[in-house]
Design a binder for this molecule. Structure first.
Ligand SMILES: Cc1cc2nc3c(=O)[nH]c(=O)nc-3n(C[C@H](O)[C@H](O)[C@H](O)COP(=O)(O)OP(=O)(O)OC[C@H]3O[C@@H](n4cnc5c(N)ncnc54)[C@H](O)[C@@H]3O)c2cc1C
Ligand SMILES: *[C@@H]1O[C@H](CO)[C@@H](O)[C@H](O)[C@H]1NC(C)=O
Ligand SMILES: *[C@@H]1O[C@H](CO)[C@@H](O)[C@H](O)[C@H]1NC(C)=O
Ligand SMILES: *[C@@H]1O[C@H](CO)[C@@H](O)[C@H](O)[C@H]1NC(C)=O
Ligand SMILES: *[C@@H]1O[C@H](CO)[C@@H](O)[C@H](O)[C@H]1NC(C)=O
Ligand SMILES: *[C@@H]1O[C@H](CO)[C@@H](O)[C@H](O)[C@H]1NC(C)=O
Ligand SMILES: *[C@@H]1O[C@H](CO)[C@@H](O)[C@H](O)[C@H]1NC(C)=O
Ligand SMILES: *[C@@H]1O[C@H](CO)[C@@H](O)[C@H](O)[C@H]1NC(C)=O
Ligand SMILES: *[C@@H]1O[C@H](CO)[C@@H](O)[C@H](O)[C@H]1NC(C)=O
Ligand SMILES: *[C@@H]1O[C@H](CO)[C@@H](O)[C@H](O)[C@H]1NC(C)=O
Ligand SMILES: *[C@@H]1O[C@H](CO)[C@@H](O)[C@H](O)[C@H]1NC(C)=O
Ligand SMILES: *[C@@H]1O[C@H](CO)[C@@H](O)[C@H](O)[C@H]1NC(C)=O
Ligand SMILES: *[C@@H]1O[C@H](CO)[C@@H](O)[C@H](O)[C@H]1NC(C)=O
Length: 607
């Protein structure tokens, strides 16, 4: 898919003006000390929030260790429409793949995650929202800590978010609810900056079909997550906002904050025992990130934390590092000759992700397909973006999306309890992209396309992340267990039927020709064929959570306590997507940002 999307001409990369940064270390030898108050493993979405907030207190010294390169000056990361080209198999991706998916016709699928400063916030599709209030309320209940509930978490929106005007300056008064947004936080958020020509048809459909109501704000949180409206993206002035370009940029000149890129943590080492006998994990071993294919690994470099080590390596990376460090299922670890220090079989279990299905329609009219296959259009839009950061490239790949519930009388509820976090939380999602969007399949040379992606946002399938062996450079076995429950198949099937009803509305009569492609066209005739189509087409939304799940203090299950300390350990916390015990029912970067904001307050309070 990569070559089908835009390439940035190298000669133009240097023309882009970017904000100035403090120093980012690229070589371990540049460290002037090996002891810090806090060591943050992973300079990703959550890790850089924590680094930024902790470094506000100049009495703390903080080291961030990031495996990937510095994102600064990497123009492909900055262009919103370019997001789908950033993974898989680029220098910005870990290139992880899943195990053979029994629910997906035995396919092995890409499992993108950022391998660059800013982590997945540097490569994601920029969709930004907070999910349903009940997603947070459920977390409050499960963790036994009411301060994870929305009533407490909502305060972090204003610290996190800076809502800015869209780059085309259009009137946004009925496209978001200003009182529910921040205007002076760290990450810039904006409404679409370029009309994708189907925007008014999508809007008209919300008025023609009662089952798809319009929502004046898609961010969730204080707004209902249900309904369909305009997409808010983590961008400003036509350029991506990541945790690196925002939280880190604001903090990087502080003398107490040290960021080392291109360095891969391979293990946390037991550094002693706490007064209560819990093993302490304040020692970190890392090496300069090896070039791909170089199997010669240097002698590990040792750094120590006076206060805490904070694991923010993302759901896959954190799970892998816990297991490499002897925190996991002792039977699994024993098989690969890792000495178990904390036997917790929940580490690596409960992997949850959102499966999505790209449903492609052939259409007539004005689409964005030229950006994928017409050099003249590519050149013109690139020239425009470079000139003043406007035009189609200044936008993410969709302008409209929405979230919906299955009808209460759906037959699936006779056998499966409702898995949503509440009666106003969605089961499925629909996203409108006026372009060919079918990862892994080249855009045909002719014809025009619109893609109506649907996704299951309250899945009941569960998977695992386990090590292959004790080599930290072997990718772990990631098994999201996609489509292994009746509920997930049911919800996926109903989402596709809904997409077909949507495009059958009067608003589309002169636009949509038909479902495109032999698989989709044949696959939508009845429940059996739709199921086959889903199993053959579904991929990942790259929203993995759950493998270091939060639970109440003293609970017999779970990996972290409500204060994010690792159960049974001393000096070690986890702050990233892995701690969500259930998957939030929307795109996950907003929830990760809010989680990391509160985590920073918890860590400061414990200092
Ligand atoms: C392609 C893609 C598209 C997405 N689209 C959206 C979207 O549009 N909207 C949305 O809300 N969400 C989206 N997401 C999901 C969202 O970005 C993630 O849920 C969120 O960013 C995860 O944050 P995190 O802090 O848990 O992990 P990450 O941001 O992934 O950070 C983990 C960091 O740790 C580093 N690391 C890992 N292991 C090591 C190690 N051993 N040593 C040193 N460093 C290490 C990694 O390189 C990375 O920088 C997308 C994700 C991807 C991958
Ligand atoms: C992922 O693959 C790309 C292309 O092969 C490569 O350049 C990059 O270094 C790989 N990433 C990692 C973390 O190995
Ligand atoms: C988008 O453009 C179309 C056609 O130019 C116009 O009719 C419509 O009002 C615009 N929609 C939005 C939401 O700006
Ligand atoms: C942190 O900053 C203080 C001064 O504010 C300085 O004394 C200390 O050396 C710094 N530590 C690190 C690790 O940068
Ligand atoms: C921790 O305590 C145990 C006994 O409770 C002891 O065997 C072990 O050596 C101690 N580990 C360290 C690193 O001090
Ligand atoms: C990252 O490390 C690799 C191997 O250690 C090296 O080849 C590369 O030049 C480094 N990159 C940077 C930006 O320092
Ligand atoms: C492989 O990595 C090792 C350790 O970083 C380094 O010494 C060696 O030069 C690298 N080899 C190549 C061919 O890059
Ligand atoms: C621990 O691992 C063993 C061996 O793989 C497995 O049989 C067992 O079910 C695991 N325990 C849990 C709770 O997952
Ligand atoms: C567009 O094409 C012109 C003429 O070939 C070339 O000089 C210019 O660099 C191209 N611009 C981009 C952004 O590719
Ligand atoms: C940006 O540049 C394009 C030409 O590349 C021009 O058409 C457009 O009007 C400019 N927009 C702004 C806001 O300056
Ligand atoms: C659910 O109820 C609606 C009317 O509210 C009805 O049209 C539909 O047929 C019912 N579906 C099932 C599966 O009973
Ligand atoms: C579903 O459609 C397929 C293909 O048209 C057909 O072979 C099959 O018999 C149908 N199944 C049912 C249950 O109608
Ligand atoms: C910084 O942290 C220290 C140690 O916990 C604490 O005493 C001090 O009050 C903090 N400073 C600020 C400004 O919060």
């Amino acid at each position: 898919m990569k070559s089908l999307w835009l390439h940035v001409p190298l000669c133009l990369l240097f023309a882009v003006i970017v904000p100035s940064f403090g120093v980012i270390l690229t070589q371990p030898s540049q460290l002037t000390t090996n002891t810090f108050d806090y060591i943050i493993v992973g300079g990703g979405t959550a890790g850089l929030v924590v680094a930024s907030r902790l470094s506000e207190n100049s009495s703390f010294s903080i080291l961030v260790i990031e495996a990937g390169i510095n994102d600064h000056g990497e123009v492909p990361l900055q262009i919103p429409f370019n997001a789908p080209t950033l993974a898989p198999k680029t220098i910005y991706d870990w290139n992880t793949t899943t195990t053979e998916q029994v629910g997906l016709a035995q396919r092995i699928i890409p499992y993108a995650r950022g391998h660059v400063l800013g982590g997945s916030s540097s490569i994601n599709f920029l969709f930004h929202q907070y999910c349903a209030a009940d997603d947070w309320n459920r977390l409050g209940t499960i963790s036994g800590d009411a301060q994870w509930s929305w009533g407490h978490i909502r305060q972090y929106v204003s610290k996190h978010e800076r809502m800015v005007a869209p780059v085309d300056g259009h009137d946004t008064s009925d496209q978001f609810v200003p009182s529910t947004h921040g205007t002076s936080g760290e990450v810039s958020i904006s409404l679409p900056g370029s009309n994708n020509s189907i925007d008014s048809r999508v809007f008209a459909t919300t008025q023609q079909l009662a089952e798809f109501p319009y929502t004046p704000d898609t961010s969730g949180g204080d707004n209902t997550l249900l309904g369909l409206g305009f997409l808010q993206s983590s961008s400003s002035g036509g350029v991506r906002s990541s945790s690196s370009t925002t939280y880190l940029a604001a903090a990087n000149s502080r003398p107490n904050l040290t960021v080392l890129v291109n360095a891969t943590v391979i293990q946390l080492i037991q550094s002693g025992n706490s007064s209560t006998g819990a093993p302490s994990f304040r020692t970190v071993h890392f090496v300069a990130s090896p070039a791909p294919g170089n199997l010669t690994v240097d002698t590990p470099i040792v750094v120590n934390a006076r206060k805490e080590v904070i694991l923010s390596a993302g759901t896959v990376g954190t799970t892998q590092l816990l297991q490499l460090s002897g925190i996991g299922n002792s039977s699994d670890l024993g098989h690969i000759r890792i000495n178990t220090i904390i036997n917790n079989p929940d580490v690596g279990n409960n992997l949850i992700d959102h499966p999505l299905i790209p449903n492609v329609f052939e259409v007539t009219g004005s689409t964005l397909d030229g950006l994928l296959r017409d050099p003249t259009i590519q050149n013109a839009s690139m020239t425009q973006w470079l000139q003043n950061k406007t035009g189609p490239l200044a936008n993410s790949v969709a302008n409209n999306y929405g979230f919906f519930r299955l009808p209460a009388n759906s037959s699936i509820f006779e056998t499966t309890p409702d898995p949503a976090s509440g009666s106003k939380s969605p089961h499925w999602e629909i996203i409108f992209s006026n372009v060919w969007f079918d990862p892994g399949f080249a855009i045909p040379a002719t014809r025009l396309f619109m893609t109506v992606v649907t996704a299951v946002v309250s899945p009941t399938s569960r998977g695992t992340i386990k090590l292959r062996n004790n080599d930290p450079f072997q990718p772990p076995m990631v098994d999201p267990g996609f489509m292994t429950t009746d509920f997930d198949i049911f919800a996926a099937r109903e989402s596709i039927k809904a997409a077909l009803r949507f495009v059958a509305a009067p608003a589309w009569t002169d636009y949509v020709v038909a479902p495109f492609g032999s698989i989709f066209a044949v696959g939508v005739t009845n429940d059996t064929t739709i199921e086959t189509y889903v199993r053959g087409q579904a991929g990942s939304a790259f929203h993995p959570v759950g493998t270091a799940a939060m639970s109440a203090f003293g609970a017999s299950n779970g990996v972290v306590n409500p204060d994010l300390t690792v159960k049974g350990a001393d000096g070690l916390r986890i702050v990233d997507a892995s701690v969500f015990p259930f998957i939030p029912s929307c795109h996950t970067q907003g929830p990760v940002y809010l989680l990391a904001e509160r985590a920073s307050d918890i860590i400061k309070a414990a200092a």
